[in-house]
Write a protein that binds this ligand. Structure first.
Ligand code: DQQ
Length: 486
């Protein structure tokens, strides 16, 4: 197969009719056809949000990476543009891996990893370097003829000479910087910092941060930005060992609040936490928009898990809702961007519903937002919601005041993988606020004021549309709002 943008676009155009709609999402971005993973090149350019993504159009499985491309005016409704990059160069012949975007002299410039196989073993025989591509119109991209801009021989000693990927470029004090994910070859992820005046010639500054054994053996998709008076380092550590209820997926995401010193090339850790506590969230990337918001979007799936749409549906992979990151002391809150509220329809509301046992909420659906406030009484054992309830199916959101534990349980959610994810949450004056977004095959739960988010995919049957509230021991559902989102 000869890979080119034209071949990819033609294939997508001619194959699109095969897509099965069953689990296609209504207000989240998916590939137009085939496979999607990481968000790439997230940027606002000429008044539109551009989001690129790791893409293999030819099958709903990971393959030689292309960059898919979509634009939006409100971060919710996306329009597909032609495939932006195909693995058709020398330095990127086996994949245009993840990267980012920056505007320079009116051009939209992409910086990404060129992946090259050096032997038959896909997991071990490869090398990686960084290249750029630019566009005057934000649609058609030309790879720079001088690529790679950071070559194999510019990787410092003592660092993996093959895991060298996912450039996130940013401007600080009038200079370009880029962070790149790697490892020390002895089981510790790390991130490299380079500096440039022109995006073409880069010099190595320092190892910005490294794992001390607790944070995974390789770091992917690093991001670095300031938020209020702090700096935030966000990353996707691979094979990170669990810590309590956190970091229980094989690969995790985390943010670190701290201070970035661009001259020394160091990042001082103050506090870290998972970006998301669900099963399906990886490789988040951020951008700063013209409203001054730092917006984070992640791949709403996870490596090494079963994705039911891979068989017979011709697509796999989706993006999370874009989330605004807000600094609150030394923690980061994540809230869905307010634009999603423009898509609310059919408001349904109930107040002061006493709960003891299970109660049908008298409304249903597969694409909606719920805002629910629960008030625990003395001795309430457990309370919560059941979503996508149908013939033997349900997805459970439960809270137990005793252990201060919120649980997401998808053991009876349908045909996808099951399991439970937990996060410790304290009640505020005895109340729990949940803001939930359900979209066909996804659930995103924003807890409290965005202090925790739990994102997971579920694959219920089309008739599993019920919504129930429940409590063991008395509890009040102080308010319940539901809007269809479309
Ligand atoms: N996926 C990309 C890599 C990145 C990984 C390849 C993370 O660039 O490190 O598709 O999901």
């Amino acid at each position: 197969m000869e890979y080119s943008r034209e071949n990819a676009d033609r294939f997508i155009r001619e194959s699109k009719h095969l897509l099965r709609p069953d689990y296609r999402l209504n207000y989240h971005l998916m590939a137009e056809f085939g496979w999607m993973n990481d968000p790439n090149g997230f940027i606002q350019y000429n008044g539109q949000y551009h989001l690129f993504y790791q893409h293999y159009p030819y099958e709903p499985v990971w393959g030689p990476m292309h960059w898919g491309h979509a634009v939006s005016r409100d971060l919710i409704k996306w329009e597909y543009l032609p495939v932006a990059l195909a693995p058709d160069g020398v330095f990127d012949r086996d994949g245009c891996f993840s990267g980012s975007a920056v505007e320079k002299d009116g051009n939209l410039v992409l910086m990404y990893t060129g992946h090259v196989m050096t032997g038959p073993d896909r997991d071990n025989d490869y090398k990686q370097s960084q290249g750029i591509a630019y566009s005057k119109d934000g649609v058609t991209f030309t790879k720079w003829e001088g690529n790679p801009v950071i070559g194999y021989d510019e990787i410092p000693a003592g660092v993996s000479q093959k895991d060298f990927r996912d450039p996130k470029v940013f401007v600080k004090d009038g200079q370009y910087y880029v962070v790149l994910g790697s490892n020390d070859t002895r089981g510790n992820g790390l991130v490299l910092l380079y500096r440039s005046d022109d995006l073409k010639k880069w010099s190595f500054v320092n190892i910005l941060a490294a794992s001390d054994g607790r944070f995974g053996d390789n770091w992917e998709c690093p991001d670095l930005f300031s938020l209020g008076d702090k700096d935030i380092f966000m990353l996707s550590p691979q094979r990170m060992p669990a810590q309590g209820e956190s970091f229980r997926n094989l690969h995790s995401t985390m943010y670190v609040v701290g201070k970035f010193d661009p001259i020394a090339g160091q990042f001082q850790f103050e506090r870290y936490a998972p970006v998301d506590h669900g099963f399906d969230f990886y490789a988040p990337q951020s951008t700063l928009d013209d409203k001054g918001r730092r917006i984070v979007i992640g791949w709403m799936d996870m490596w090494e898990t079963d994705m039911p749409t891979q068989k017979g549906h011709y697509w796999a992979g989706a993006m999370s809702l874009p989330r605004e990151a807000i600094l609150d002391g030394d923690r980061v809150l994540f809230r869905p961007v307010e634009e999603v509220e423009a898509y609310r329809h059919n408001e349904y509301e109930l107040y002061n519903v006493p709960l003891d046992g299970e109660r049908d909420m008298g409304t249903s659906g597969d694409s909606y937002e719920i805002q629910a406030v629960f008030k625990a009484e003395e001795g309430t054992e457990e309370f919560g919601l059941k979503l996508r309830v149908g013939d033997g199916e349900e997805t459970i959101l439960s809270y137990r005041p005793d252990g201060e534990m919120f649980s997401f349980i998808r053991d009876r959610s349908g045909i996808g993988p099951g399991g439970e994810r937990r996060v410790r949450v304290s009640l505020t004056k005895g109340t729990l606020l949940l803001r939930i977004f359900v979209d066909k095959s996804s659930v995103e739960v924003f807890i409290g004021d965005g202090e925790h988010v739990v994102t997971s995919r579920i694959y219920p049957g089309p008739e599993s549309l019920g919504i129930k509230a429940f409590a063991k021991g008395a509890c009040t559902l102080t308010s319940f709002h539901k809007w269809d989102i479309h």
